[in-house]
Design a protein around this ligand. Structure first.
Ligand SMILES: Nc1nc2c(ncn2[C@@H]2O[C@@H]3COP(=O)(O)O[C@H]3[C@H]2O)c(=O)[nH]1
Ligand SMILES: [Zn+2]
Length: 915
């Protein structure tokens, strides 16, 4: 009983089995906890004390744990951690700040959003249906227009929409020489409205003015802010179509319904284009590719968005047409928009050629084919425009191509050579595009509509001539540079004979020097080899390299989608692919190459079987090996352009008329400031990013990356998806980022710190700017070849036709758009002269460095050399703070360290510490 009373108190006090309980009376006397304890009252309470027993002799002791010892050791650790922290070199603190700044930049810089680190998310289906349940892109890498911007353009359009377009502008609007760059988006909406009314379509089809305006505004809204496939492009295509309709009297020949279909198709043909083409969509397995089973995913999407817009009664310009006519229009629009997929180029051209022999405007099948060819021609007709209009478009296209290929490299997807900044130059790209794709199509159309010969065929022929000559000059210039580099090297070797290495290959790999591009590197061996190759005849290699590099968009598009669609394995003799066609195309350009039977065979086979194992593995190996360096370069470039963007006065938003002038001025300023004839084209050392040891997981085991050799294409894609970097935090932890000296290291055995201290070197941003300049100089991209100064100082292509040579200076003609409204200069509605007064310096987008063409073979050599160098320099460096080398980071304020002051010029404090 006594024990029970004790237990009762024990449990009431929460005492453990080893604890002692003590009970005190209200007077403070110790009492026994027995059943006969006198009852207490609220004023005379008992007090229970629980006294814990020391644990030393108990369980912990039995487990061998000495608490005092543990505490002692913990204190020691705390002391040593504190001491270590205090001893950390300031450079670590700086590194921490640099990483934080980099992280911040990634998270907040909008133009890096294409990396997709923070923009993945549910997007609304465009066209206004308001579905938000499912992201329709796997990655949202592109930019929608800001609501505010749309509202402002629409409101300005509303202010001028009752105006009348001047006669001169009306005339110009029918010509390919119409300068889209001179007009603001609100004015372009007015011009589109004018085209409908000029063709009498509103009255013929009961299109209410308000509905037409709402439709146009909605269409404007649904184009994205991407470099090329934006609202301006849609306008240009529509304007070219309008010009052809007028010139060839298509209203009479085809009828109003077809003309309405054609014009509306043009306006809608690239709606909501993300800036990444079908090849990317299919290879990246985006939501769109999944939705449309890889069959023209983008074109299907454009079409679908178009009809989503037209579904809204207030935008439905066809709401008053009969059901029968609506059916025809819908069919026609779908046909036309889907025809713009370049994967179908040869199929359509081939069918049209069959029909054109005896073309009959009363034959519905013939007219349908003609409609498809007309929209295709309008879609790729930039080169039919004067140089100062076409050139900025080419810049925009290249920018979009490079964005895509950069992303493809980052994501480990196949990269199309015609989009690869390391393989393509503007002249080479245009030579093959115009020669193999554009001209054959234009010539076929010219047979049916001969009126187009003067309007668009002649200018395109001149353009091809122009790019051929430019290409030749570029080639010659690059050969001369290579020759002089080789001569320099040979001279050096004569003067200082190198110790003969047993392994000459190894020597070649180690000795690395820069080409004129800040990012491309070439081993001496490879430059010498390429010299030898250009002087001797080595057809085998040459053909392999060049065939790859001249692959057009049509080739790659066909290859990407063909094997998925042509499941029956049947290939109609009339539907030959581009390479087959090339062998029979009469009008071949100078850039056309002989295709060896072997490479021809490769091209004829469907993608999967097309390449021999050897060439495929070589190609893949090269690509994989280059991937590390590509990533490195891409990040460097992105950061550099971020730096430059800040230095540009008021960074421009893409595709916006008013900001283009600012941008061109700002960028040009940077270019001029840093450009100097005495500037060396090579730097011994510079600091850049090293993104090494990618920790992105392959397969299910994040700790154990598979070696590239063991990963096949499909695995790569699947694993890439699995290993998608979720956030910038993940990204930062996925790469070990080091700043150090790299690449253009002349003496491979120098230590990093020696190299860093060797010479003052440019900042990353300066390097980029300088490199693009030097490239421009070397490659002759800025040479005014074959250009005649015009009256107003603008350059033009020689051989300009009468219509083209018309002065389209805004001040003289186009500038006076509205006769019904007086534009106020003060409100800055438009300043076309600013754009046109500097056509040569105008750059809608910052210049991307275009590098000399590199063959896969060269690439392989480069990657080998660079990899060897990288391994030698960096791979064994430990991550521990004590191993961080002091020269890796210099503070911008530290003037004694030369580079700091140079960094200042970059105008980006965060970057200057990072770069
Ligand atoms: N290289 C090159 N490609 C062009 C040019 N104009 C149009 N294209 C390509 O042709 C394609 C036609 O369809 P898209 O509009 O989807 O994308 C276009 C571009 O990729 C050009 O002047 N040069
Ligand atoms: Zn287009």
């Amino acid at each position: 009983m006594k024990e029970k009373a004790g237990e009762l108190f024990r449990s009431a006090g929460g005492a453990g089995p080893g604890d002692v309980i003590k009970l005190y009376s209200s007077e403070g006397q110790l009492v026994n906890a027995t059943p006969d304890l006198p009852p207490n009252t609220p004023s005379t309470p008992y007090t229970l004390h629980v006294v814990a027993t020391p644990c030393n002799g108990n369980k912990l002791n039995r487990l061998g744990i000495d608490l005092m010892d543990l505490e002692h050791r913990l204190c020691e650790v705390e002391r040593s951690v504190a001491a270590l922290r205090a001893d950390l070199p300031p450079v670590v603190e700086e590194l921490r700040r640099a990483v934080d700044a980099f992280k911040l930049k990634l998270e907040t810089t909008e133009h890096l959003s294409w990396l997709g680190f923070y923009k993945d998310g549910v997007e609304e289906w465009p066209g206004g249906r308001g579905e938000t349940t499912h992201p329709y892109w796997k990655h949202v890498h592109y930019r929608r227009k800001a609501e505010q911007e749309v509202a402002s353009v629409v409101s300005r359009f509303r202010q001028i929409c009752d105006g009348v377009v001047s006669n001169e502008t009306q005339e110009l609007l029918r010509l390919p020489s119409f300068n889209n760059w001179a007009w603001e988006e609100s004015e372009i909406l007015l011009l589109l409205q004018h085209m409908y009314s000029d063709l009498g379509l509103p009255s013929k089809f009961g299109i209410e003015t308000e509905v037409l305006r709402a439709f146009l505004c909605r269409v404007y809204h649904c184009y994205n802010q991407v470099p090329f496939h934006n609202f301006q492009h849609a306008f240009c295509v529509t304007q070219m179509m309008y010009g052809m309709i007028c010139k060839c009297g298509l209203q009479e020949r085809l009828g109003d319904l077809d003309v309405l279909t054609l014009l509306t198709s043009c306006i809608c043909h690239d709606l909501d284009h993300p800036g990444f083409n079908n090849i990317y969509q299919i290879n990246a397995k985006t939501e769109l590719a999944l939705r449309y089973n890889d069959i023209s995913p983008l074109e299907n999407h454009h079409c679908s968005v178009a009809f989503s817009v037209l579904e809204q009664p207030e935008c439905n310009i066809f709401r008053n047409v009969s059901t029968e006519d609506y059916k025809k229009i819908r069919e026609g629009m779908i046909r036309c928009i889907l025809a713009t997929d370049m994967a179908r180029h040869n199929e359509i051209l081939s069918d049209f050629r069959d029909a054109m022999e005896e073309f009959d405007f009363k034959n519905r099948a013939h007219v349908n084919l003609l409609s498809m060819v007309l929209i295709k021609v309008a879609d790729i007709s930039n080169e039919a425009r004067p140089l100062d209009i076409a050139e900025p478009w080419l810049e925009c296209l290249m920018q979009e191509f490079f964005n895509q290929s950069d992303l493809e490299k980052l994501e480990g997807l196949p990269v199309s050579p015609f989009m690869d900044r390391e393989k393509v130059t503007k002249p080479s790209s245009q030579c093959s595009f115009i020669g193999f794709v554009l001209l054959p199509l234009f010539e076929a159309l010219g047979k049916v509509l001969p009126e187009l010969d003067e309007l668009i065929l002649q200018p395109v022929r001149f353009a091809l001539d122009h790019y051929r000559r430019l290409n030749e000059t570029t080639k010659k210039a690059s050969e001369e540079i290579e020759a002089s580099q080789v001569a320099e090297v040979l001279e050096e070797e004569k003067e200082e004979p190198r110790p003969v290495s047993r392994n000459s290959q190894e020597t070649n790999k180690r000795v690395v020097h820069k080409t004129e591009s800040s990012y491309s590197i070439v081993s001496r061996a490879s430059s010498r080899a390429s010299m030898i190759r250009s002087s001797t005849i080595d057809y085998g290699d040459r053909e392999m390299d060049e065939v790859d590099q001249t692959e057009t968009e049509v080739d790659v598009s066909e290859r990407t989608s063909r094997f998925k669609i042509a499941t029956d394995g049947y290939k109609s003799p009339s539907r030959r692919n581009s390479s087959e066609r090339r062998s029979s195309v009469g009008n071949r350009s100078s850039c056309e190459r002989t295709i060896s039977p072997k490479s021809l065979e490769d091209r004829l086979l469907p993608h999967a079987e097309a390449r021999t194992e050897d060439s495929e593995s070589l190609h893949e190996k090269c690509e994989k090996e280059m991937s590390l360096f590509s990533r490195l370069r891409i990040f460097s470039e992105r950061l550099a352009s971020c730096d430059r963007e800040k230095s540009v006065n008021g960074s421009a938003s893409l595709g916006k008329g008013s900001t283009r002038c600012k941008q061109s001025g700002g960028l040009q300023g940077v270019l001029k400031r840093t450009r100097s004839k005495s500037e060396p084209t090579k730097f011994r050392s510079h600091r850049t990013f090293h993104i090494s040891r990618p920790k992105i997981s392959f397969g299910n085991n994040p700790q154990k990356p598979k070696s590239d050799e063991n990963v096949n294409d499909n695995e790569m894609t699947t694993n890439r998806e699995k290993s998608k970097v979720e956030s910038s935090d993940d990204f930062l932890s996925a790469f070990e980022i080091k700043t150090s000296t790299s690449f253009d290291i002349l003496e491979p055995k120098k230590t990093l710190s020696e190299l860093s201290d060797a010479q003052p070197s440019p900042t990353l941003s300066e390097k980029c700017v300088l490199s693009s300049n030097s490239i421009l100089q070397h490659k002759g991209c800025s040479l005014s070849l074959d250009r005649l100064p015009s009256k107003n100082g603008r350059s033009r292509r020689s051989g300009m036709t009468g219509t083209q040579a018309m002065d389209n200076t805004p001040g003289s003609s186009e500038g006076d758009l509205l006769t019904g409204i007086k534009k106020s200069e003060a409100d800055g509605v438009t300043q076309p002269q600013q754009v046109l007064s500097q056509p040569r310096s105008f750059r809608p987008f910052e210049k991307s460095p275009l590098t000399l063409q590199d063959s896969p073979k060269n690439m392989k050599k480069k990657s080998e050399s660079a990899r060897t160098l990288l391994l030698k320099s960096f791979s064994f460096r430990k991550k521990s703070p004590t191993n961080v080398e002091a020269p890796l980071i210099r503070h911008k304020n530290n003037s004694s360290q030369g580079q700091g002051s140079q960094c200042k010029q970059g105008n980006t404090p965060e970057l200057s510490t990072v770069c």
